[in-house]
Design a protein around this ligand. Structure first.
Ligand code: FPP
Length: 246
């Protein structure tokens, strides 16, 4: 008899890595890798919608990425502008709700405006939640949440004894989303790189050798298959062990 299959993940989060290596392999500038990476974003979003995924979060720019050469940061910002301009109509048509998590205040004012416009335009949508982590760092996010709770406690608005993981999670950027149950990283590195540190506590991790620009519908479908084949226990016993008589 086939073992029971896990349902599809509720929230897939992806560390899109390997644009530079994809370009290098082809003797192209790194920017060409990022451009191809934008194509993979488009295809992955379409595939995720078609699969009926409820939440997709993509790591588009980390707070550490500011340290890259100015030309590369400029090229990435140009791509984000292009993406917001060209893809918003399709996201609306597909009933996608788009959100950005991250610092916000450090990007150029026109991008801040685009973010705000895209979020309000897609806010009534009830389909997939598409979240871009943009100028995002997990430790920064956790520290900001701790600051907010500490301030509330200092002002007497909060009893520190009432701080639980659930309460803490309401102060994170992701408070409107379920925790990711599958985190995928492309391009062979086995690290979280400051991505959704709190939220990924129980996530299945999937590390793929594929460079991000080569990630496509088939790769996403295969990743779903790998997830559904795994058994998640959240620290408890599996079904066989818990039913076993010693
Ligand atoms: C990592 O590749 C990827 C990034 C730093 C940025 C992700 C950006 C995109 C996928 C392009 C556009 C996205 C949107 C949403 C329009 P890397 O440069 O670190 O690759 P490497 O490790 O091989 O050098």
């Amino acid at each position: 008899m086939k073992p029971p299959q896990m349902p599809l993940p509720k929230h897939v989060a992806i560390i899109m890595d390997g644009n530079g290596r994809w370009a290098k392999k082809r003797h192209l500038p790194r920017e060409a890798g990022h451009y191809a990476g934008m194509g993979a974003v488009r295809e992955t979003v379409r595939a995720a919608c078609d699969l009926g995924l409820e939440n997709l979060t993509l790591f588009a720019f980390s707070s550490e990425n500011w340290k890259r050469p100015k030309t590369e940061v400029g090229a990435l910002m140009g791509l984000f502008r292009a993406y917001f301009r060209s893809d918003m109509d399709e996201l609306v048509e597909r009933n996608v709700r788009m959100r950005i998590i991250g610092h916000r205040g450090r990007v150029a004012p026109d991008i801040q405006q685009m973010i705000q416009d895209s979020e309000s335009r897609t806010a009534p949508n009830t389909g997939m939640n598409l979240t871009f982590a943009f100028d995002y760092g997990g430790q920064e996010e956790i520290a900001a949440a701790a600051q907010e709770l500490a301030r509330a406690a200092k002002d007497g608005r909060l009893d520190p004894e009432t701080i639980t993981p659930e309460l803490f999670a309401t102060r994170l950027f992701t408070s409107a989303l379920p925790a990711p149950d599958l985190v995928i990283r492309t391009s062979g590195e086995h690290r979280l790189s400051n991505f959704l540190l709190w939220q990924s506590a129980y996530a299945e991790l999937l590390f793929l050798d594929t460079h991000w620009p080569d990630f496509d519908r088939a790769a996403l479908t295969a990743a779903m298959g790998q997830f559904t084949a795994r058994e998640r226990r959240f620290g408890a016993l599996d079904t066989l062990d818990s039913g076993a008589v010693a």
